[in-house]
Write a protein that binds this ligand. Structure first.
Ligand SMILES: [Zn+2]
Length: 356
């Protein structure tokens, strides 16, 4: 006899089976998760360990190599040569690296040039020697340099340049003269004396009339001026009015530059008098008006209110051109007043009265 199960019991059995299955499944998934987590933790731990190990190893190797570098000469030399070879290769193959090195070395050299006096002098001397060597050995470079100098000489033709060239030529002529005297006339006996005199002469002519008087504004030589000391002329004892007068004779600024005063002005100011050639004694020279600037010598003579007459002599003698030599006046100087009213009215003559 077959015992049939009721529907309710069937449902119950299925529920129980389902629950068992669910329980088993959840257990398995949890186990898997735990396993995965464990594996990950182990991996992380091992990598961390490896990292630490790597750092330690690196440190140890570095220390070892440093020690070896300092103690082992052969190793050091090899290492240096390897490094230089490597850097050279990099320099030749890597454009960015090459440019970086070039710019860095340029900045370094420039800084050194500006800050180090010895280096600058050495650099200049080296550059000069190189240029001279090129000039004397390479014909094309010599020709180019001569051409460039000629062009610059022709293009730079101002009044100051012409003047400086004249002086340069004059100096060369004098030097040539002295050189010829030395080579032909000077005997061994006089040679030392001559050299000594030339040395002294050069020492004397090194300074020109570069000292400007505070009162008269004249450019004078060193032996004609004395250093200006304010307390010598202006002190607490003198009255306010005299002080003001003296201050008006002296045109000085507050700059720290050394100031000079000529002996004549200094004596006069010490006597509380106005120096006769002081600028404030109506001797200030004004600028030439633009209308009169373009006149030639004849036109200037025609409209001059005073005609000075003086004897002008060359202060130097010898073969030197009289045009270039230093001039001086000799004897009395006369200033003749001239009535230019008629001349100014008559000129320029109209075309119909010019008799041309
Ligand atoms: Zn003076």
């Amino acid at each position: 006899m077959v015992c049939k199960k009721s529907t309710a019991s069937k449902v119950k059995t299925r529920k129980v089976a389902y629950k068992r299955k669910q329980h088993a499944h959840s257990y398995a998934s949890r186990s898997w998760r735990i396993l995965l987590l464990t594996v990950r933790a182990v991996q992380k731990f091992s990598s961390f360990k490896r990292k630490n190990f790597r750092i330690h190893e690196k440190k140890r190797i570095k220390k070892y190599i440093l020690l070896k570098y300092h103690n082992n000469t052969k190793f050091r030399v090899e290492n240096n040569s390897h490094a230089s070879q490597r850097i050279l290769n990099k320099y030749h193959n890597n454009t960015t690296f090459r440019n970086k090195i070039k710019s860095r070395s340029k900045i370094h050299t420039l800084n050194k040039y500006h800050n180090n006096f010895d280096f600058r002098n050495q650099y200049k001397a080296r550059a000069k020697t190189e240029v001279l060597k090129k000039y004397y050995t390479n014909n094309s470079i010599r020709l180019k340099m001569i051409q460039r100098a000629l062009n610059s000489y022709r293009s730079n033709n101002t009044l100051i340049t012409r003047k400086s060239r004249q002086l340069y030529n004059q100096r060369r002529r004098i030097l040539k003269k002295y050189a010829s005297i030395q080579s032909h006339k000077c005997t061994l006996k006089h040679s030392n004396l001559y050299k000594q005199n030339l040395k002294e002469f050069r020492k004397i002519i090194r300074e020109g009339p570069d000292y400007v008087c505070l009162s008269c504004g004249l450019a004078l030589f060193r032996n004609q001026v004395i250093p200006f000391v304010k307390d010598k002329y202006i002190n607490e004892k003198i009255s306010y009015e005299i002080k003001k007068h003296i201050q008006s004779y002296l045109k000085y600024s507050s700059s720290t530059e050394q100031k000079w005063i000529c002996k004549s002005c200094s004596d006069k100011i010490k006597k509380r008098q106005m120096p006769s050639r002081s600028v404030v004694n109506k001797l200030k020279v004004c600028d030439v008006p633009s209308e009169l600037k373009r006149l030639n010598n004849l036109e200037k003579h025609l409209i001059a209110l005073r005609l000075p007459f003086m004897k002008i002599v060359n202060l130097t003698s010898g073969k030197l051109s009289s045009r270039l030599s230093q001039k001086g006046t000799k004897g009395p100087l006369h200033c003749v007043p001239s009535d230019v009213e008629d001349t100014v009215i008559a000129l320029p003559r109209p075309v119909d009265k010019s008799m041309m």
